[in-house]
Design a protein around this ligand. Structure first.
Ligand code: GLY
Length: 364
């Protein structure tokens, strides 16, 4: 099992470990039993993940003598709401959850963000542990302490920065992902390749066959690399005031596409389209060479992700979504642009007319 320490010792945040390996739920149970983070654990998960893994994970945790109850809710982005959050809090109250309880998030990004948000506000804050089951959650949302729920008009508008006690990345969970879910998560790995370490793009290209087989050794390597990049960025800027902003590469337009599609376009697909938009904007502003822009499009397409925005989506709807982005400052929409792969920068001054042209150009 590979361990990566996230060093954060500021305010109420403290350091924690990311554990990566294949079939590590028994190791997790041992660590939880030894750490004594809580007297009682609530395993929060969605109905799909519960059906696939809930019983087994509960049995492993209980086998180690831990007191654990499962709370299951329906899956899907529409569950990432304050309404679901208060319902879950009521269910915890009914079962007597108190400040000596902790939450375990077993699932993808929605389960992780929602559970972490609930943990950060329940009785003014109880501990939580992340057990991400999708690539997307394993390399991005489970690490770094961003918690949140959506408002009907925009994603992640309500949230806190609350670090987990630990993150357990079990590669065995990736075996049950649908091909679409699997590819969805690759978008965030490609993102790390574009913004930080272009070698990752090479590795993804060369490892195409291993990826297709979901080879645990290959996945362990590339996921650990992605986690190390994320942890280093979070350590230098926990609350998203500086360097961490580069992690939003592709997410400004991406979030607006996701929302405009009513979440029919998945997060990874939307981020892929958003990364294409950011690369094209970078080229139009003459920061990025046409060759590098092409390389970026090729890497995204090669991962099986889209490089076009569906023509069924209304560009004006996407632009309205951009104006609601929480990273907007005054009338300026902040974009992460590129000088070359591995060299991103924050640009606050892109006129909406250029964004409109870029979206039009990318429409299929
Ligand atoms: N997912 C972006 C971040 O954690 O900052």
């Amino acid at each position: 099992m590979n361990k990566i320490k996230v060093h954060i010792e500021k305010g109420s945040s403290s350091s924690y470990e990311i554990h990566i390996g294949y079939q590590i739920m028994d190791r997790m149970a041992l660590i939880l039993a030894n750490q004594g983070w809580a007297h009682r654990y609530f395993l929060l998960t969605d109905s799909r993940v519960s059906a696939l893994h809930g019983e087994r994970v509960l049995a492993i945790l209980r086998g180690m003598g831990l007191t654990v109850e499962e709370i299951v809710f329906p899956g899907g982005e529409e569950q990432k709401s304050i309404h679901t959050c208060t319902e879950l809090a009521e269910r915890m109250m009914e079962r007597g959850a108190d400040r000596t309880s902790a939450l375990i998030a077993l699932g993808g990004g929605v389960v992780g963000d929602l559970t972490a948000f609930l943990a950060s506000i329940y009785m003014r804050g109880i501990p939580h542990i992340q057990v991400p089951t999708t690539i997307l959650a394993q390399v991005d949302s489970s690490i770094g302490g961003k918690t949140g729920v959506d408002l009907p008009s925009a994603k992640n508008l309500l949230g806190t920065f609350t670090q987990p006690k630990a993150v357990f990345i079990d590669l065995a969970f990736l075996e049950t992902l649908s091909p679409r879910e699997f590819i969805n998560g690759l978008a965030e790995i490609v993102k790390y390749g574009i913004i930080e370490d272009p070698e990752i793009l090479e590795e993804l290209r060369e490892g195409e066959e291993a990826l297709r087989r979901r080879d645990p050794a290959f996945l362990a390597g590339i996921i650990a690399k992605a986690c190390r990049i994320k942890k280093a960025i979070v350590e230098s800027d926990e609350t998203d005031k500086g360097l961490r902003r580069i992690l939003n590469f592709g997410h400004t337009v991406g979030h607006a596409i996701e929302a405009e599609s009513g979440f029919a376009v998945s997060h990874g697909e939307a981020v892929a389209m958003g990364m294409c938009a950011a690369a094209l904007l970078s080229e139009r502003r003459q920061y990025l060479s046409p060759e590098d822009r092409e390389k970026i499009f090729a890497a995204i397409g090669q991962a099986g992700l889209p490089v076009r925005i569906p023509s069924s989506l209304d560009p004006e709807g996407i632009l309205r979504g951009l104006k609601r982005d929480k990273k907007k400052e005054g009338d300026q929409i902040r974009f992460i642009l590129l000088k070359r792969p591995g060299q991103p920068f924050v640009n606050g001054g892109i006129p909406l007319s250029l964004v409109r042209e870029t979206i039009e150009e990318l429409r299929a």
